[in-house]
Write a protein of this length. Sequence first.
Length: 348
Amino acid sequence: INYPIKRRKILLYFKKLKASIVFLQETHLNDNESLKLSRDWVHQCIFAPAISKKRGVAILFSKKLHYDLISSQTDPQGRWALAVVKIDNLTYTLLNLYGPNKDDIQFINQLHELLLTTSTDYICLGCDFNHVLDPILDRKSQAPYRSHKISLALRDFVSRHSLMDIWRLFHPRDLNYTFHLSPHNSDMRLDYFLFSNNFASITTSTSIEPLYISDHACITASFNTGSPPSSSPSWRLNIKLLSNKDFLTQCSKWIQEYFIINSTTDLSFHTIWDAFKAYIRGEIIKFSAILNKTRDLKIKQLKQELKQLELNFQSTRSNRLLLCIRKLKFQLNQLFSETAGPLLFSEN
């Protein structure tokens, strides 16, 4: 995500998901670029920067989340970032990791030692292991499966720390994947949320989202912490509206109508002006709400269509369906690009 447009689209994507905590892998961002993730809805970013534009991970915390950061650690090689936080008087170990795509048992040993140094109420790992945990349910390919030592080590690691694959717990027999390898026509679930066993009682849902912004699908998990609702932020004009021709036409109409109606009153100019600011703000809020609702509905419809097409494609491998999938992905990316583009200047 070292390209500004893609970075902006990804941040907007998670904003629409109303995410409280986000785990990003393969950011390919150095120290200075990683700091640009702390913007808009992001309150804080714990990151391990990329080395020579390889690897890189980050944990993002929303401004709406009530939490205290107790401690954090990051990997100099850009493979993991760990944060210990307190939410509603309970402590959580959050570990975001990007695994090697080779048999590196030492990496698993490092993770084992890392978890032994923490003692919290809950443990949450967001992982791109580059390997599957279950070669039967998490993989679909015509090529035969080759067992890797690291896959065995991963399963042992999960068992030793009493972790559970939360998506599999909610979807015990579902076949859904997070990564598609076109040259080999293979599908794999390489991305996981591994939670401590006590997480099951507070987890309410988990899903694999349609794949269209990144080459890996996003996994979501919702759990109940009992956090109090945050206060609403003060209103600010969304400057991207200034590039919307319909908005500019409507805004001109609002201004003309308001001053035609109020220019003949006995009220002072300051009173008329203060009332105008309240009036125009209300009209802009209504216009924005309709615009956002229309766009969000379109995105929701496209995501549902994409998800169904991807499921159908997994069973048929139809070239026609593949073309339809690519077309929907392009349309979804366009919708996010239209929103992301006008706001790029704010990164400078």
